[in-house]
Design a protein around this ligand. Structure first.
Ligand code: SF4
Length: 345
């Protein structure tokens, strides 16, 4: 098979059909590596639809590296509430500081420099270099992975063919317009070469696709069975003062939901070793709420038993007492929003 027109077909399709995404440059607007980087970090583990409103608000609030590096990490973490994978927010803030201090606020374009920045691995580095600097790095995300597996009819389970996919993707990477090319493949993957029932009749690369020729587009790539996640259990305490304030604390900087706000909780870290203020446990008339709150993390599922105490006379328990009516505007992670809703059903 001659693949010389592969990237040309992809780029022609992109010119007419690309998605209008807020981080994409338009017309003659200058590419801004900062925006590409922010979007790539947000898009790790999160869908385009979920990212768009967060991205727009983020760029409005912190339009450049200087602004982001001079803000408090707590503000970035609170902003991130609901997006999940909070380590990304911490790394964005850390990286902004490094670029500001060590690169004079200018986003580096060397692979060795980009890859050394917190939160940027091989994929993100390649994507930033291709999209923002038009370098011809080979970029393989899950959409491109699926397209390569189908075009080259790779019949082994997807986890066994990562290296092969990268080699094929590299072979097809064009020397020019690589940024547009990889964004085009991502668009084809999410609009046409869908995981189930791909829309092959609209596909600009159908003539190269061996899976389609073998009528196997619905079975390639071969999936790997998902592992069953372990279940962890813990307790969370919603303590409301007599003047309607709720007790919150910030989690440790390490571990799950690092640095995020929470209603005091414990018992659900990996080794169950987290501390809780003994004064909370000594409150003797907590009301245990019926049922529990469940939440999925990437590597375990959580069940939290919720305890509520109303009309509490505030004593010297450590934490922040926040007006109940202000909770909605705080950056509570989704898990804690679920806890609050559970109590208020
Ligand atoms: S022809 Fe179908 S299966 Fe092949 S790349 Fe295009 S959409 Fe995917």
């Amino acid at each position: 098979m001659n693949y010389s027109n592969f990237s040309k077909n992809v780029l022609n399709w992109y010119n007419l059909n690309k998605r209008d995404l807020p981080w994409r440059y338009k017309g003659n607007s200058k590419k801004d590596p900062y925006k590409v980087w922010v979007s790539e970090i947000m898009l790790q583990q999160t869908t385009v639809t979920a990212v768009i409103p967060y991205y727009n608000k983020f760029i409005k609030r912190w339009p450049n590296i200087k602004k982001l590096s001079s803000t408090n990490i707590e503000d970035v973490l609170d902003f991130w509430s609901g997006l999940g994978y909070y380590r990304r927010a911490r790394n964005l803030h850390l990286t902004a500081g490094i670029i500001n201090n060590e690169f004079n606020g200018v986003f580096p374009n060397k692979e060795s420099e980009i890859k050394n920045l917190p939160g940027i691995g091989e994929y993100t580095s390649a994507a930033i270099r291709a999209i923002a600097f038009n370098k011809n790095d080979t970029v393989v995300d899950s959409n491109i992975e699926r397209i390569m597996a189908r075009v080259f009819y790779l019949k082994d389970p997807i986890n066994k063919i990562k290296k092969k996919i990268k080699e094929y993707a590299k072979m097809l990477t064009p020397n020019r317009k690589n940024g547009d090319y990889i964004q085009a493949l991502m668009d084809i993957g999410s609009m046409i070469c869908l995981p189930k029932n791909p829309l092959c009749e609209s596909c600009p690369i159908i003539k190269f696709c061996q899976a389609k020729k073998s009528s196997s587009e619905n079975i390639i790539p071969i999936k790997i069975k998902k592992k069953i996640k372990p279940i962890r259990k813990g307790s969370v305490y919603l303590i409301i003062s007599s003047d309607n304030k709720v007790l919150l604390k910030r989690r440790e900087d390490n571990g799950i939901l690092p640095g995020m706000l929470e209603f005091p909780s414990y018992g659900w870290s990996k080794d169950g070793s987290e501390e809780i203020d003994k004064k909370i446990l000594s409150i003797d008339d907590f009301k245990r709420k019926k049922g529990s709150v469940s939440h999925q993390f990437s590597h375990f599922n959580l069940l939290l038993t919720v305890y509520e105490k109303k009309e509490f006379n505030v004593n010297d328990i450590n934490g922040m007492w926040i007006d109940k009516k202000d909770l909605e505007n705080l950056g509570l992670p989704t898990l804690m929003k679920k806890v609050f809703n559970h109590v208020n059903i």
